[in-house]
Design a protein around this ligand. Structure first.
Ligand code: HEM
Length: 417
């Protein structure tokens, strides 16, 4: 199992404070030891390295995600000066532009307007039709590496499936899918704890290239509309209003990035978990219902996204005596909430046959993941196909997690059969 050294974290239960350096390998390789102790000692605590309150309990995280006194945006209710926030950095201005109109950074009414427009494409009955396409894609990818007996599964299998599927939905040619992954990987580095200026500049350069590519594609769709989400975003408007080009670009980038990053990590984490569990994969994918339950347990047990933040939109006091000022940040620890012993029996045990597996890996409230039905179908189809085609699958080396705590995913996954 993962190495864990005693210096990975300290928790002061009486003061409700904890120190855990997110970039310390012994921490991010195994954040669960920290979570187990937090649940016992201080599920609401100030994480000193981030400098704000964080919440690890399932019911607290679930409730705070739905609590409208918190938002992902703050500058609609207060200025930077009032909040003492630093000015935006000129060298990340293009990256910031991609986020400015993204669903994830908006609050109602803009959030509602944008979300309504793209939501229809992602509801279950629409994405359900993609199952045969996803299965064909999974089979094609396995055909390409089956004879080699050994492969790095993230690159050869986990990444192309969601990247190609979301690219095709939006209307980006599928041979561009891995270029999208490359842009996205560079942009995601911005969320690393203690990000450096050179990483920021690289993420900004990736944002410039990504936006330029989409601008050209938008121009092409205006000339020759197609049956795809990009054309839909350009032509349809909620309440008679049209999306601006900037909104279309932000939304397309969010969908393309969010549409694969977390699914790739979940696939990798799930394969690792299943192989380490000792369960016979055949039983885990024996029926569509059991496949769905297995995927749900993989999402709970080793979630790909461990923390999202919110701003307090007003001064307020939470139960348990947590006092917050308008503009304060809170951290909602999805990966920890999924292991809360108050909510789950044997929370630290991987059990694909459990019936209490409903988790917060996709969030909750108005920002609940729009891609959840799609991600579930991708994961169910990809994993069931993989284990059916390669029943002797095993790890060729112990995998390790990459150094971005929030995005809890493996840096590579070498498997053999
Ligand atoms: C296993 C895979 C996935 C996981 C675990 C995941 C998780 C999440 C979470 C936790 C949020 C909420 C963030 C917050 O509340 O601050 C979210 C939002 C979002 N996700 Fe996913 N996601 C996954 C796959 C996808 C896919 C395939 C898409 C593609 C369409 C997608 C698109 C989005 C979008 C657009 C939002 C923003 C929604 C909003 O702000 O209204 N996600 N996701």
């Amino acid at each position: 199992m993962n190495e864990h050294t005693p210096d990975a974290f300290t928790i002061d239960a009486s003061e409700r404070r904890a120190v855990a350096q997110p970039r310390n390998p012994s921490f991010y390789q195994d954040p669960y030891t920290f979570y187990t102790q937090l649940h016992a000692a201080a599920p609401a605590f100030v994480w000193e390295n981030y400098g704000h309150w964080c919440f690890a309990g399932f019911s607290e995280v679930n409730a705070l995600l739905r609590d409208r006194r918190f938002g992902r945006q703050i500058l609609h209710v207060a200025t930077r000066e009032e909040l003492g926030l630093p000015e935006p950095k000129p060298h990340t201005s293009d990256f910031d532009l991609t986020e400015k109109f993204s669903l994830l950074s908006l609050e109602p009414p803009d959030h509602t307007r944008l979300r309504t427009l793209v939501n229809r494409a992602f509801v279950s009955r629409n994405v359900e039709q993609l199952r045969p396409r996803i299965e064909a894609l999974a089979n094609e990818l396995i055909d390409a590496f089956e004879a080699s007996g050994k492969v790095e599964l993230l690159k050869a299998f986990a990444a192309p499936i969601p990247a190609i599927v979301i690219a095709e939905m939006i209307g980006v040619p599928s041979d561009m899918a891995m270029q999208l992954v490359a842009w996205s990987n560079r942009m995601v580095q911005m969320y690393m704890f203690g990000v450096t200026e050179s990483v920021e500049r690289d993420a900004n350069a990736a944002a410039i290239e990504f936006m330029a590519y989409l601008r050209d594609l938008i121009a092409a769709r205006r000339k020759a509309p197609k049956e795809d989400l990009l054309t839909h975003m350009l032509t349809a408007g909620a309440d008679g209003q049209k999306l601006t080009d900037k909104e279309v670009i932000s939304t397309a980038i969010l969908l393309l990035n969010a549409g694969h990053e977390a699914t790739v990590h979940t696939t990798g984490n799930a394969v690792k978990t299943i192989l380490a569990s000792g369960f016979d994969p055949e039983t885990l994918f024996a029926s569509p219902e059991q496949t769905a339950a297995t995927v749900e347990e993989c999402l709970r047990f080793d979630a790909p996204l461990h923390m999202f933040t919110r701003f307090a939109l007003q001064d307020l006091e939470l139960e348990g005596g947590v006092t917050l000022r308008k503009g304060d940040t809170i951290g909602l620890m999805l990966g920890a909430a999924n292991r809360d012993p108050r909510r789950f029996t044997d929370a630290d045990r991987f059990d694909p046959f459990r019936t209490d597996g409903a988790n917060v890996s996709f969030g909750a409230g108005i920002h609940f993941c729009i891609g959840a039905p799609l991600a579930r179908i991708e994961l169910q189809t990809a994993l069931a196909t993989l284990f059916r085609r390669l029943p002797k699958l095993g790890l060729a080396e112990p995998p390790s997690y990459s150094n971005v705590y929030h995005f809890h995913g493996l840096d590579r996954l070498l498997v053999e059969w």
